[in-house]
Write a protein that binds this ligand. Structure first.
Ligand SMILES: O=P(O)(O)OC[C@H]1O[C@H](OP(=O)(O)OP(=O)(O)O)[C@H](O)[C@@H]1O
Ligand SMILES: Nc1nc2[nH]cnc2c(=O)[nH]1
Length: 179
C-alpha cells in the first residue's frame, strides 16, 4: 500500500495536532448549543471520530452518505443522497464534517439542503481544502489544511475504496490511477 504513495503530505502527528486545535475552537463555538454534528460518509469517518473526542461539550452525531465521485478522481458534478439523516435538522445548530473540499459541489448541495430544512445554523469543518479546484463559490467555516491540487489519500480518503486506513495523508503516484 505504501509503495503507491509518492509523497507524505501530512504526517500522523501533524494531523493529530490540527484536529486537537479544531476540537478546542469548535467546543468554544458550540458550547451550550448541543450541535448536531454530521459526518459525510465515508471519507470523513476517521476525522469525525478523532474530532469528536476533542470536543468537550454535549453534542449529537448523525451520518449522511452522498455520492459524486464513483471510483475516479474527478467529480461527476452530480450529488446523489445515498443515506439521509436519522435526526431532524430543524432548529438545530448543524456542523457538517468533511474530509476534503475540492470542487465544493458536495458541500454546496448539502448546505442548500440543510438550510431548506430550516436548521438554526449550518457550518462546515473540513480537514483539507483545495481552493484551486473550486467550481462553486463556497469556502469552509473551519479548515485544517489548505493543500495543492493533487489527489490525496489516507486518513479516510480513498482511491477506488483503498488507502482509507493509512494513518497519514499522502499523494498517490499518478501511475496508480492512470493505469
Ligand atoms: O468538493 P467536492 O469536489 O464535491 O469533493 C469532496 C467530496 O469528495 C469526497 O467524497 P467521495 O464522493 O469520494 O465519497 P467518499 O467520502 O465515500 O470517499 C470527499 O469525501 C467529499 O465528500
Ligand atoms: N481521495 C480523494 N478524494 C477526493 N475527493 C475530492 N478530492 C479528493 C482527493 O484529493 N482525494
Amino acid at each position: 500500500m505504501n509503495q503507491d504513495i509518492k509523497e507524505i503530505l501530512l504526517t500522523e502527528e501533524q494531523i493529530a495536532e490540527k484536529v486537537k486545535e479544531l476540537g478546542a475552537v469548535l467546543s468554544d463555538e458550540y458550547r451550550g448549543k448541543n450541535p448536531l454534528v454530521i459526518c459525510v460518509l465515508k471519507g470523513a469517518v476517521v476525522f469525525m471520530a478523532d474530532l469528536l473526542r476533542h470536543m468537550d461539550i454535549p453534542c449529537e452525531m448523525d451520518f449522511m452518505a452522498v455520492s459524486s465521485y464513483g471510483s475516479g478522481t474527478e467529480s461527476s458534478g452530480m450529488v446523489k443522497i445515498l443515506k439521509d439523516l436519522d435526526t431532524s435538522a430543524e432548529d438545530r445548530h448543524v456542523l457538517v464534517v468533511e474530509d476534503i473540499m475540492d470542487s465544493g459541489l458536495t458541500l454546496s448541495r448539502l448546505m442548500e439542503l440543510l438550510r431548506h430544512r430550516r436548521a438554526a445554523s449550518v457550518k462546515v469543518v473540513t480537514l483539507l481544502n483545495k481552493p484551486e479546484r473550486r467550481k462553486v463559490d463556497i469556502s469552509p467555516d473551519y479548515s485544517g489544511f489548505t493543500i495543492p491540487d493533487e489527489f490525496v489519500v489516507g486518513y479516510g480518503l480513498d482511491y477506488a475504496e483503498k488507502y482509507r486506513n493509512l494513518p497519514f495523508i499522502g499523494v498517490l503516484k499518478p501511475e496508480v490511477y492512470s493505469s
